[in-house]
Design a binder for this molecule. Structure first.
Ligand SMILES: [Zn+2]
Length: 155
């Protein structure tokens, strides 16, 4: 029987602490769609400066609704980081440095396929999922309109 050197185990433990393992480029190819609303305004990402920012995950061409995931383990938090933005469970930060944080009746909410989720940045992007990130104090029917505005993934 072969023995695994003991020094390997601390290395594995430490690498596991840095969140989900991101696979190599080309280890998968999946599409999800999303919208971000900040105080009721849709965040406009249809700009060349937001396209193909990473080989692991990106938007491309004239389509700012579709996330192309090209590596296993990629989360929404990772995706927004490639855009110079930040998502966590209480704040959304745009690339121009504006923070939208839980404050009184204004809250940051995250929906997957129309269902409220607490995963936020930790959510791994998966094929055919539709995401809404909404900050503000919109009522249920306004939130539903935002959910319905997320286009269907191309498959
Ligand atoms: Zn693609």
């Amino acid at each position: 029987m072969k023995h695994i050197p003991l020094f390997i185990f601390p290395i594995l433990f430490v690498s596991g602490c840095f969140g989900p393992y991101i696979g190599s480029v080309g280890s998968t190819h999946q599409h999800a769609t999303f919208k971000v609303y900040l105080d009721g305004n849709g965040l406009n990402l249809l700009n060349p400066k937001y396209m193909v920012k990473s080989q692991h995950v990106h938007m491309e061409g004239e389509d700012a609704d579709t996330i192309h995931k090209h590596a296993t383990g990629v989360t929404l938090g990772y995706f927004f980081k490639t855009l110079g933005m930040k998502l966590d469970n209480s704040c959304f930060t745009t690339d121009d440095g504006n923070n939208y944080c839980n404050n009184g009746d204004k809250t940051l909410k995250f929906y997957v396929n129309g269902v409220r989720s607490n995963d936020y940045d930790q959510h791994e992007i998966f094929n055919n999922e539709k995401y809404l990130i909404s900050y503000g104090n919109e009522n249920d029917s306004e939130i539903q309109k935002q959910i319905d505005s997320v286009s269907n993934p191309v498959g």
